[in-house]
Design a protein around this ligand. Structure first.
Ligand code: COA
Length: 147
């Protein structure tokens, strides 16, 4: 199982954003740069790294959206590493960090194609689906965090 790391070096951030682009943007032909949003500087970033190869196989980020409310976004697992529990590992990592930060609620603008995945992790739909980048619809999902 990969380990969860926080990217720190320039090379680590390059690999982190490259995977985000490859999984979340490239398949829809979106240009480079669209994998980043305005919240990068205030976000905490997490990546799953294969210890044998050093490959970044999954990414996710967390920031404070409102007092006591955490926002999880840009969850992506490399195609060849999906369905092996990497997504679960990343979600657990941000949830642990959110609890450390005393967030009461954690939410995500989930792709409508991924709502069932988040429901498996205890999130429920709490918004109305809205179009994103002209292709996919996103919907706000959230869960209450227990200590
Ligand atoms: C969605 C995603 C993050 C899941 O990560 P993962 O590491 O493959 O998932 P896990 O190994 O933790 O969990 C696998 C389980 O979730 C289920 N699952 C995976 N993707 C799903 C989806 N989109 N909807 C519903 N269930 C899903 C699998 O069927 C599997 O179930 P099983 O264990 O009963 O076979 C990953 O498939 C991915 O990056 N997809 C493309 C990008 C994306 O949709 N990101 C989410 C943006 S909100």
């Amino acid at each position: 199982m990969p380990i969860i790391k926080t990217p720190r070096t320039r090379e680590e951030f390059k690999a982190y954003y490259a995977l985000r682009y490859k999984v979340l943007r490239e398949p829809w032909g979106h240009p480079k740069g669209t994998e980043k949003d305005d919240y990068e500087p205030i976000s905490e970033h997490f990546m799953a790294v294969d210890e044998q190869t050093g490959e970044v196989v999954g990414v996710i980020k967390l920031y404070e959206k409102a007092p006591n409310v955490g926002n999880v976004s840009h969850l992506a697992v490399a195609t060849a590493h999906q369905h092996k529990g990497v997504g679960r590992l990343l979600i657990e990592a941000v949830e642990n960090r959110a609890r450390e930060r005393k967030f009461k609620t954690l939410g995500s603008m989930s792709r409508v194609t991924a709502t069932a995945y988040f429901e498996r992790h205890g999130y429920h739909i709490a918004g109305i689906p809205t179009p994103h980048l002209g292709t996919i619809h996103l919907v706000w999902m959230e869960k209450e965090l227990k200590d």
